[in-house]
Design a protein around this ligand. Structure first.
Ligand code: 4AD
Ligand code: MG
Length: 464
């Protein structure tokens, strides 16, 4: 008999038909006469209730049905008597596919997230992680659909690179050499000439620079891939390995870029509201009671658009009125998460797109404004999250970009190919990067970024 997924069984009104379901036991309860088994196969947050009359089954077999065990059940689909469910399965055959011993770490309900992180290999079997992973999948589909429908091409940029896009020096190096075999040159730098690539290579921190090559040929591209940052930040918002979506569009200026970012993120949130109702309702009940309200709010309201200088003025006024920030506020500083969240959660009570940051705190490739001090950067700041998107209009003048490269001492040997885009038919263009896990944090209401990726990589943790 062909297995039916639990999500489809629960939708079926075909009472009386015989069905086969397979899944893992969530709970078992019962009396002397009958056992009720809640079975889940991951296709939905919902369990199907299996009703097993004790007299019809071997006592040994029923004993083997413990939380976590894997079963195949054949039975008749019947209308449920119990509250909160419409159908259940009256079992005729039960086969234990996999026993589960008492050490199963997800045995008890209501474990802390910290406990579950320590048992990350099994946490996917819980309701919360099932919901988060299904939403994560849905967001990936929404992202591809949005860009495909808008005429963007999915563009694959390299994972192993020889350039540092963000210039923050936070790259993981890639080498085939045993560390002891690496030689130094005269300047005391590691000599990679006889290494695999013959030069220093790293895992990418962003696909943007190569994405710009794509956009200035194909018009509009987006990347969607893993990125790596060796920043030593042990925060609930940072991972060493995270996924980023980076659209890049020829002929877009900073305003087009803001329009795109706002439309894109609203589309993703609306997609979740339309396609992940059961999981969102579960999370709204169990994790964060204001989640659904927040998601609706974001799709229904315009984002605030504000210049950095204006943002600093608002923060300074807050300080004058007695608001206490951990880090002092002054023009030129990079905003800390507390500043971003003040603007979004307390001042405007809306998502904010902050633009025109001081050039010193932003990357070399951003277009310089005429004031000589600021660049056409844009960060999208979200409630609960802080920065969810970072982007900019790009410097399209060869001379200005070259001057900046020299000013920052960026080695030409790494950048010549990038500068060529400005020599050969340069054009205005813009793009941004959305941190995929930060989007998932927002959409699920989860508090820690380690809990929205199946296998998190953070300082001192690389399990599996
Ligand atoms: O602001 P960032 O560093 O921008 C770039 O990498 C640009 N090259 C993007 C572009 O213009 N194409 O990173 C973009 C986003 C951030 O806003 C944040 O959401 C996410 O990536 N991000 C991280 N997410 C998780 N863990 C980290 N360590 C992250 N660092 C950045
Ligand atoms: Mg940023």
């Amino acid at each position: 008999m062909k297995r039916i997924k639990i999500i489809d069984v629960l939708k079926s009104q075909d009472f009386g038909q015989s069905v086969n379901v397979k899944g893992w036991v969530r709970t078992k309860r019962g009396s002397k006469a009958v056992n009720f088994i809640a079975l889940n196969d991951g296709s939905t947050i919902k369990n199907v209730q299996i009703v097993a009359d004790v007299e019809k089954f071997d006592a040994e077999l029923l004993k083997q049905i413990t939380t976590g065990a894997c079963l195949s059940v054949v039975g008749t689909l019947v209308q449920s008597q119990g509250a909160g469910q419409t159908s259940e399965i009256q079992a005729t055959e039960i086969q234990v596919l996999g026993l589960c011993d008492a050490e199963y770490p997800m045995q008890k309900k209501g474990q802390t997230f910290e406990y579950m992180r320590q048992h990350a290999h099994m946490r996917l079997r819980t309701n919360t992680f099932g919901a988060v992973m299904r939403i994560r999948h849905n967001m990936a589909i929404a992202i591809h659909k949005f860009f495909h429908d808008h005429g963007f091409f999915y563009f694959h940029t390299p994972i192993i690179t020889a350039s540092d896009c963000e210039g923050a020096g936070e790259m993981f190096q890639v080498t085939t050499k045993n560390l002891y075999d690496l030689k130094m040159d005269e300047e005391g730098k590691i000599d990679y000439s006889d290494d695999f690539f013959g030069k220093m290579t790293s895992l990418t921190v962003s696909g943007q620079l190569e994405g710009e090559l794509g956009a200035t040929a194909l018009g509009a591209i987006y990347t969607f891939g893993p990125t790596f940052r060796a920043e030593n930040s042990n925060t609930p918002r940072h991972l060493a390995e995270f996924w980023m979506i980076e659209p890049e569009v020829a002929f877009n200026d900073i305003n087009d870029n803001m329009d795109l970012a706002e439309e894109f993120i609203k589309y993703c949130v609306q997609w979740a509201l339309d396609n992940c109702q059961d999981d969102l309702e579960f999370l709204n009940k169990m994790i964060d009671k204001t989640l659904l309200e927040r998601l609706h709010f974001v799709v229904e309201h315009d984002f605030v658009r504000l210049k950095y200088t204006e943002g600093i003025r608002i923060l300074e006024e807050a300080v004058e009125k007695g608001h206490k920030f951990e880090f002092p506020v002054s023009w030129g500083m990079d905003l800390a998460s507390e500043h971003e969240r003040y603007l979004v959660e307390q001042h405007f009570k809306k998502p904010v797109i902050l633009t025109d940051y001081p050039k010193e705190i932003k990357a070399f490739y951003m277009k310089q404004n005429d004031d000589g001090k600021t660049v056409r950067a844009m960060d999208v700041l979200f409630p609960q999250i802080g920065e969810i998107i970072g982007g900019s209009e790009r410097e399209d003048s060869y001379e200005k970009l070259m001057a900046r490269v020299e000013e920052l001492d960026i080695p030409m040997k790494d950048m010549w190919w990038y500068l060529d885009t400005r020599r050969f038919g340069t054009c205005p263009h813009s793009g941004f990067g959305l941190g995929f896990e930060r989007l998932i944090l927002f959409v699920t209401g989860m508090q820690n970024i380690r809990d929205v990726i199946p296998f998190p990589r953070t300082p001192k943790t690389a399990e599996f």
